[in-house]
Design a protein around this ligand. Structure first.
Ligand SMILES: Nc1nc2c(ncn2[C@@H]2O[C@H](COP(=O)(O)OP(=O)(O)OP(=O)(O)O)[C@@H](O)[C@H]2O)c(=O)[nH]1
Ligand SMILES: [Mg+2]
Length: 347
């Protein structure tokens, strides 16, 4: 950097900020073609360090400028905390302190394709504002990107309603001197944006000013913003923990109730099995007893039937004897005698 700035021209520093994936590195690469600038291809955040990339800029009159576009990680990095990102900013700014680095401008990128301002987008915007300071907003250009990817009418409506119009996220900043611009991915559009910033008088950022005045990092506006965000997050986490604890309590109570229910059901099941076994045995016993009794009764009946039969036989034998004796008597009356002449003898 020193080699480049050794040409006698004061270097122009332009910071590029915005959410992860908003296209900061792409924007810088379009202009500088610096091979060290890496563009993200995945869902993970890509840029991890504050990284300046050089370009020589020539304005309409042919005047040359040594421009450093400073790439930055977003405050919604997927792997680094906001505090870590702030430390990286501060470290880098302090490293540049001997050069008395002043920023000519800051480009804040926002995808117009995002259909709402997410929590991360709001956090990034607030952090940028705290780092730069309201008094320096004239050096800031708020840029909506990816216009080439969206229906113009829809994008213009969104730009007005969400960002620029009354109640929009950028409305107050613009009222305080920030500019807004559209970026459609072309180098020409990128040139127009930096051209505007090169014309601005360089300024110290609010955080540089605060640190130079000996304010502790945690007392700076940016530090305070992070602390308030962390406190908000802690409150939310506490609430979530409470909800999880209540859920766990409910699940435990239900589990205990289920265990008791299960135990009672098991007991009832065992009792039923035992009872069924006993009833089965009793029925068997009853059936066997009945069989025995039945057999006994049959036997008795048979005996009784046998007696009746013998009695009947006896009676019919007596009747025969009686008939025979009456015949005998009748024959005797007629003169027939036992063992007599040629007459028949009846015994
Ligand atoms: N269509 C379109 N895609 C873009 C544009 N700018 C960036 N991209 C794509 O968006 C993805 C992320 O771009 P980067 O330039 O790495 O985004 P970044 O803001 O530097 O992201 P971090 O380094 O993670 O903070 C890449 O796949 C780019 O190709 C743009 O203007 N138009
Ligand atoms: Mg990047």
């Amino acid at each position: 950097m020193e080699k480049i700035t050794g040409k006698g021209r004061p270097p122009v520093f332009i910071g590029v900020m915005g959410m992860t994936g908003s296209g900061k590195s792409t924007f810088i690469k379009h202009l500088t073609e610096d091979p060290d600038i890496k563009i993200g291809t995945r869902l993970r955040s890509c840029t991890k360090f504050i990284q300046p990339a050089y370009m020589e800029y020539r304005d309409a009159s042919g005047k040359k400028y040594d421009v450093f576009l400073v790439d930055t990680p977003g405050f919604d990095d997927t792997e680094m905390s906001d505090t870590d990102v702030l430390y990286k900013f501060v470290e880098w700014l302090q490293l540049q302190a001997k050069n008395e680095l002043k920023l000519s401008g800051l480009i804040y990128l926002h995808r117009i394709t995002d259909n709402r301002m997410s929590g991360s987008a709001t956090r990034n915007l607030n952090m940028m504002l705290k780092l730069v300071g309201e008094e320096n907003l004239k050096n800031v250009i708020l840029v909506t990107s990816r216009w080439e990817m969206i229906d113009l009418k829809e994008a213009e409506e969104r730009e007005q309603l969400d960002l620029l119009g009354p109640g929009g996220f950028w409305h107050d900043m613009i009222a305080l001197g920030a500019m807004s611009a559209r970026y459609n991915g072309t180098v020409k559009a990128a040139y127009t944006i930096i051209e505007h910033l090169i014309q601005q008088s360089p300024t110290y950022l609010c955080i540089q000013d605060e640190l130079q005045r000996g304010i502790d990092l945690n007392e700076t506006a940016a530090g305070q913003e992070i602390i308030s965000e962390l406190e908000k997050a802690a409150l939310k986490q506490k609430q979530e923990l409470k909800e999880i604890e209540e859920e766990m309590k409910k699940v435990t109570e239900n589990a205990q109730r289920s265990a008791l229910l299960l135990e009672a059901q098991e007991r009832r099941y065992d009792e039923l099995v035992e009872k069924m076994k006993k009833d089965g045995e009793a029925r068997q016993k009853l059936l066997e007893g009945d069989k025995e009794k039945l057999e006994q009764r049959i036997e008795e009946l048979e005996v009784r039937l046998g007696l009746r039969k013998s009695k009947a036989e006896l009676e019919s034998a007596q009747q025969i004897i009686e008939v025979a004796e009456s015949c005998k008597r009748e024959l005797e009356k007629l003169g027939f005698r036992e063992g007599g002449g040629d007459k028949c003898i009846i015994s």
